[in-house]
Design a protein around this ligand. Structure first.
Ligand code: FE2
Length: 189
């Protein structure tokens, strides 16, 4: 059965409870919707996988993705979707290499959305008028949002056959309409 966003939210409900982790799930969810649109894929499906991707992180931060496969399969999540979730930890905490466009996108946007969020949070108008040019400047500044791994983003974009700037544009466009929900309305509001 296709994973819906509603089902992903249900599965996360007792497992992802901290505000900043919920917001991260939403960031990735909306970025994945935009990536799906770019690839002509099923937007809601990719959004649902994006929303669910850090299912075990809050409870097992030191064993991330080790407590994902079994419970999600038991909950009826498609093995393909579970594989996609595992692949976002490729070479970090799993050895599942991203193969499909959905997997490569998830691997990339997990980190990419973090930098977008950090950029938008500093701006008076938040993400509303965040331009690609200022994003790329911050992307190149390794001290900015230093926890977001640029190498992972570059590797993901290479897998996707996409420039970092293109992936960033897609994600920013995907996140922008949801500014209020993801707390990116800016410092003015
Ligand atoms: Fe994540």
């Amino acid at each position: 059965m296709k994973l819906t966003l509603e089902r992903a939210k249900e599965l996360n409900r007792d497992n992802v409870t901290q505000e900043h982790l919920i917001i991260h799930s939403l960031n990735v969810c909306y970025a994945m919707g935009a990536m799906a649109k770019h690839f002509g894929a099923d937007e809601e499906h990719w959004m649902a996988v994006g929303y669910l991707h850090d299912y075990d992180y809050e409870k097992y931060p030191d064993e991330h993705l080790k407590h994902t496969e079994q419970p999600l399969l038991e909950a009826g999540v498609d093995p393909e979707d579970v594989r996609a979730i595992l692949s976002h930890g490729w070479e970090i905490c799993t050895d599942v290499k991203p193969e499909t466009d959905m997997e490569k996108s998830l691997y990339t946007v997990d980190e990419l959305t973090g930098i977008i969020q950090a950029c938008a949070r500093m701006r008076p108008n938040g993400i509303a008028d965040l331009e690609l040019k200022s994003f790329m400047k911050k992307f190149k500044d390794k001290k900015f949002a230093a926890k977001c791994n640029r190498e992972v983003i570059k590797k993901g974009c290479e897998l996707l056959g996409m420039e970092v700037s293109e992936a960033a544009r897609i994600c920013i466009d995907g996140m922008r309409p949801h500014a209020a929900e993801i707390g990116l309305q800016g410092t003015q509001g």
